[in-house]
Design a protein. Structure first.
Length: 136
């Protein structure tokens, strides 16, 4: 994975093929923002840009993710956005996803968690130490 930004408690990365995560949301962006708010207490701000496009900004740690409403349909793929998290955060997120009835996948002996937003964007929480893994 390509390290793109780090901040306390999290490590943000892009998929291994270094493609940008598609931020478009077919049914409006409020549900995706609400998911991040419910899972992580993320701050969300909605606005309309100068061209009339509805945008929702979601703040996770020290970064903003922008969700843009558009009439698109995204197929699931291996593309994903990964965050470093503690095992405790992963377990708490699993419990919340189960309570919400949301789909998720455990991997790497439960040290990694993949989940999907309402538009099939894939997110990963990973307890591995990327510096140790990469020898740096």
């Amino acid at each position: 994975m390509l390290l793109t930004k780090s901040f306390p408690g999290w490590l943000v990365a892009q998929d291994s093929q270094r493609r940008k995560q598609n931020p478009y949301c077919r049914d409006g962006d409020a549900r995706g923002a609400a998911l991040f708010h419910d899972l992580f207490g993320a701050r969300e701000i909605e606005r309309e840009d100068d061209e009339g496009h509805r945008e929702t900004f979601v703040r996770l740690g020290g970064i903003w993710i922008v969700l843009i409403a558009a009439p698109v349909q995204r197929a699931r793929s291996g593309d994903h956005t990964a965050f470093h998290a503690t095992s405790e955060i992963i377990e708490a997120t699993v419990a919340k996803l189960q309570a919400m009835g949301r789909e998720f996948i455990r991997a790497r002996s439960n040290r990694s968690l993949y989940f999907f937003d309402y538009d099939d964007h894939v997110f990963e929480l990973d307890a591995e130490d990327i510096d140790k893994e990469l020898g740096g």
